[in-house]
Design a protein around this ligand. Structure first.
Ligand code: MRU
Length: 361
């Protein structure tokens, strides 16, 4: 019998039919308020993605898929394809690093183009329905992918293990049970005793606000630490493995994830703690040979100097605010995908996994 994993919240979903809208948990207000945000237009979706109301690479992909459905809703006769192209360009520009966003909009646009080319008999209504159907397929596919990654990753977690995670790569970062947290939820449901140390994740505190929130809701033991404590905790021998997610993985296995992940990987390497990355194949960007080519989002200085209202730096202080960093493949013990575990990733192994997942590159 499969272990049952019930999470008492939904990250985002589509409400209604062709003229429907997106409902999402407004993540900027967590953990103090649980507010549902209704998103009915493309600009509202861009805003939600940029503000991190919805965040985490797979969830951004799912949101962008539904954004495409919103973008073609009002398209006039013969204008569906053009509306989809314009919407894709607008959504793709909302955040640059997580490749799942353009992966999802690409997938929908390619699907639509193939249908439109199939002949003049295809109606605008059918084209709009095809966009929504494909967005739903991305949503359900993500749930299934999370479940598979959870099963592969749980095999690496022993009874009584303590793992460390950075940022939030849980249910709130996907349409399913998460990437990095999926093995933890699965191991927990299998009856293994598993505990988590969660880095708070400066500056937007996805670890403190979101990871602790969802693990506590799921009944998984979690202890919050500041980012600077991770090396100390590993040095104390408290961590059996690190599990993180990713926003983009280059073909050679270099892994881009939330700022601070690289430092965690260096610490893990130094302390001989396995460093696992859990990510769907939609996070692999086969067009990039190495992590140096990954575009790194820079966020407004205010997120560091007055992130949650209170000023914590002198007015006028200069700030550098990259939101992501790149961990070289040499520091990665494994990448756990829906098609299995890639140990000590390199270009040949990544390409093999892409082929196994039916991804053309
Ligand atoms: O800026 P965010 O909150 O979107 O960053 C999220 C992360 O870095 C996650 O670790 C990554 O997207 C993987 S989520 C399954």
């Amino acid at each position: 019998m499969k272990p049952k994993i019930d999470l008492p919240f939904e990250t985002l979903s589509w409400i209604g039919g062709l003229d429907g809208h997106v409902q999402m948990l407004e993540q900027t207000l967590l953990p103090l308020q649980e507010v549902q945000l209704e998103v009915r237009t493309v600009p509202a979706m861009v805003d939600a993605i940029y503000r991190l109301a919805v965040r985490g690479a797979p969830a951004i992909g799912v949101a962008a898929g539904y954004g495409m459905a919103l973008g073609v809703q009002a398209a006039g006769p013969g204008e569906v394809l053009q509306a989809a192209r314009t919407t894709k360009a607008t959504l793709d520009a909302s955040r640059p690093t997580a490749v799942n966003l353009s992966w999802a909009t690409n997938r929908i646009l390619r699907h639509l183009e193939a249908l439109a080319e199939a002949g003049p008999g295809v109606t605008d209504h059918q084209l709009k329905q095809a966009v929504l159907d494909e967005a739903h397929a991305i949503y359900h596919g993500d749930q299934d992918t999370c479940r598979r990654m959870g099963e592969h990753g749980a095999a690496l977690i022993g009874d009584g293990h303590t793992v460390l995670t950075h940022c939030n790569a849980g249910a709130l970062a996907t349409a399913g049970m998460g990437t990095a947290l999926a093995p933890i939820y699965t191991a927990h449901a299998q009856g293994k005793r598993v505990a988590v140390f969660a880095d708070e994740t400066r500056p937007l505190l996805q670890g403190a606000r979101i990871t602790t929130w969802e693990l506590m809701k799921a009944g998984v033991e979690v202890r919050l630490i500041t980012d600077g404590m991770a090396a100390r905790v590993m040095g104390e021998g408290k961590i059996d493995a690190v599990f993180v997610g990713s926003d983009r993985i280059a073909r050679n296995g270099d892994v881009c994830n939330k700022i601070g992940t690289y430092g965690v990987a260096i610490s893990a390497h130094h302390h001989e703690v396995p460093f696992h990355v859990v990510a769907p194949l939609s996070t692999v960007d086969p067009a990039l040979e190495s992590g140096e080519q990954i575009p790194i989002e820079e966020r407004p200085a205010e997120e560091i100097t007055e992130g949650f209202g209170d000023r914590t730096a002198p007015p006028g202080a200069q700030v550098y605010a990259p939101a992501f960093d790149v961990t070289p493949a040499a520091l990665v013990t494994s990448i756990i995908t829906e098609v299995g575990v890639i140990e000590r990733p390199d270009t040949a192994k990544l390409e093999q996994a892409l082929r196994a997942g039916g991804v053309s590159f």
